[in-house]
Design a protein around this ligand. Structure first.
Ligand code: 1PR
Length: 603
């Protein structure tokens, strides 16, 4: 019997869903004794190394796990489930690892010899097979579900991590099955020796390529003979970085979800966040059941959320984001349809899912307090891989500045350098990031341009956010800064986008979803100045959003500006995909023709 080790730290539902999809059965490890009953065991570690190891020890799993591995029965680890095999990690030096694989896990550097890169690494990268059995050519890697080293097209796998096992020939030659390069850093992306197999990436989130890998491991009886393994390249060649890494640009499909006037959950899409039809309903429609009372403009209905999401998955979307856009009206946990929607989507879609809207501290109608973390827990259990926080992040950053002032750090200081004393550890960003890792916390920005009149000065606090229109563009001669809003653009706040971006990174967010109220639904292209401003202000990945109208707009936003070596890693669109003005495949074909690295795999 296959057992899955869930130590309660995070979303293991996606792995359970993929195992079900492949037609295999499994049981959960409920008790340390279950580990010895297993014929096969998967440890899908989620979250942070320290909390994973603490939890393994506190629950009495650590020793049985070591004994299981020593017994020679098949073990598969995923992400933190691979990192725990090492001797320790810089993520939490106080916690020893299981010590099965030699070496200590270190952190990615945001600046390496190839320039600046975002940390965490979040996205699709290749895995180069470096080890095989001397009697079987590439057969070994193939048996593990990887394409042979000389395959024409690389497969891509979904990675999301800030810590990695840098390849060290003196320690890992025996163990490294594949390596991957991020920036100039070459790290071990899967290990294998005898009965032990583990991946840094998430096969359960890696579309078809990942499912193949899981199928290969689940279908195999017993383990491969450990003897006669050899490296395909010399350790020096493995460690030497190539001129470029293999990380692809990500295309994210976004579904803004809300109830329409009939109470059905629909995907909607507006312009500048106005999601109602332009025209009032016709007189002769007024009697129909779908026409709202009082001639109110109807909510645009572009389809059913799960149907559309599945279409985008099959067309090759690299990620899918659901935003509950009217969540501010009620408590998210009361919003059962959103949870069911997510559960259904997660049972059919095997790329990362993000859910946003209403992730905040709230109080149920019966007076029960619900911390943001509890809301996030419910979404992770339902199958989310990341949660996206909007309004609450703005309030948290406002308070962060306030505390910074009290701690003697003025408005001028860069929040990235704020002392720990400025943090409470209690905001939604901090609690969710601590429990699930920074990579699971996205912050969704809803900024609006504030234009300055001739001779008007930008407020001192927002100086870093001042932008001038590019010569020759429709903005030539204009100056503006970007103000943050809350409640879906309904309320302005006195925080600018740079303050918000740095503030949320300091609080522990792992990614920025950068919308623009001015560009939303406009088909004019992404606001490149806004995107560059934020990309340069933080180390975490940025998803450009709002305004995509053509495939060319994606290559524009991915092309580094003059004097820059990199650009954003991901771009999100909604309207053009919903209205079928351009398919995901067309965007990807265009990007490939322009020489961008892209995961080109419709399912
Ligand atoms: O504040 O934590 O409850 O989160 C609410 C979330 O709902 C936020 O992420 C906020 O951006 C979103 N939201 C609220 N109201 C609206 C609205 O449209 N009325 N949608 C809204 C924001 C922006 C993008 C959109 C892109 C791409 N929608 O999600 O998909 O602009 O569109 P395009 O390609 O068609 O231009 P909280």
């Amino acid at each position: 019997m296959l057992y899955l080790l869930d130590y309660g730290a995070g979303n293991v539902r996606s792995l359970a869903n993929s195992i079900n999809k492949l037609g295999f059965e499994f049981k959960w490890v409920q008790h340390p004794d279950d580990i010895q009953k297993a014929d096969k065991l998967i440890f899908p570690g989620v979250g942070a190394f320290g909390s994973a190891m603490t939890s393994l020890r506190n629950n009495g799993f650590a020793e049985p796990l070591k004994q299981y591995i020593a017994s020679g029965k098949p073990y598969m680890g995923i992400c933190v489930g691979m990192q725990c095999l090492f001797e320790g990690s810089a993520e939490d030096p106080s916690q020893p690892g299981l010590g099965v694989v030699p070496g200590v896990i270190g952190k990615f550097s945001a600046n390496d010899s190839m320039g600046r890169k975002s940390v965490p690494q979040m996205g699709w990268n290749t895995a180069e097979v470096v080890k095989t059995r001397s009697d079987g050519g590439d057969e070994d890697a193939v048996k593990y579900g990887f394409p042979p080293r000389d395959a024409k097209d690389s497969s891509h796998y979904y990675f999301v991590h800030s810590f990695r096992a840098g390849f060290d020939a003196s320690k890992h030659s025996d163990w490294a099955l594949t390596t991957t390069q991020y920036g100039s850093e070459v790290f071990v992306s899967s290990v294998q020796k005898g009965n032990v197999f583990a991946t840094q990436f998430h096969p359960e989130k890696s579309g078809r390529a990942g499912l193949e890998l899981l199928r290969a491991w689940l279908s195999r009886d017993g383990t491969l003979a450990p003897a006669k393994e050899r490296l395909l390249l010399s350790p020096e060649d493995i460690a030497r970085p190539a001129a470029q890494d293999g990380l692809t640009k990500r295309i994210v499909a976004c579904l803004d979800v809300r109830s329409n006037d009939d109470g059905d959950l629909v995907v909607t899409k507006g312009e500048s966040y106005d999601v109602r039809e332009k025209e009032e309903p016709q007189q002769d429609n007024a009697a129909s059941s779908s026409a709202p009372q009082g001639g109110k403009r109807q909510v645009r209905n572009l389809g059913k959320p799960v149907d559309l999401a599945l279409r985008y998955y099959l067309e090759g979307a690299d990620e899918i984001t659901f935003l509950n856009i009217t969540s501010f009206r009620s408590c998210a946990l009361q919003d059962q349809p959103m949870l069911s929607l997510l559960e259904l989507a997660a049972s059919k879609i095997f790329v990362p899912l993000t859910i946003g809207g209403g992730i905040k501290d709230s109080v149920d109608p019966d007076g029960t307090p619900r911390p943001a973390k509890e809301v996030a827990d419910a979404y992770f259990r339902a199958g989310a891989d990341k949660v996206s926080i909007g309004s609450e992040a703005v309030y948290a950053v406002e308070e962060l500045y306030q505390r910074a002032k009290e701690n003697g750090q003025g408005d001028e200081a860069n929040p990235l350098n704020f002392k720990d004393a400025c943090l409470t550890g209690k905001t939604g960003i901090e609690t969710i990031s601590k429990g699930y890792g920074a990579q699971a916390v996205v912050v969704s920005f809803d900024p609006r341009r504030v234009y300055l009149q001739d001779g008007e000065e930008v407020p001192e606090a927002h100086r870093t956010c001042l932008v001038e229109g590019v010569k020759g563009s429709e903005d030539e001669g204009k100056r503006w800064w970007y103000r943050c809003t809350v409640k879906g653009g309904r309320e302005d706040r006195d925080v600018d986008v740079v303050q918000l971006a740095r503030g949320v990174q300091r609080l522990g967010a792992g990614e920025v979803l950068l919308n623009s109220i001015d560009r939303d639904g406009s088909n004019k292209g992404f606001d490149r100045q806004l995107v560059e401003l934020i990309r340069r202000s933080v180390d975490i990945p940025v998803i450009a959003s709002s305004g995509a109208g053509t495939a060319q707009h994606f290559s524009d936003v991915f092309t580094p500006l003059e004097g820059e070596t990199s650009s954003v890693e991901a771009a999100l669109a909604a309207g053009i995909f919903h209205r079928k003005e351009c398919t995901i495949q067309e965007v990807k074909d265009h990007l490939l023709s322009k020489g961008f690295k892209i995961r080109s795999e419709a399912v």
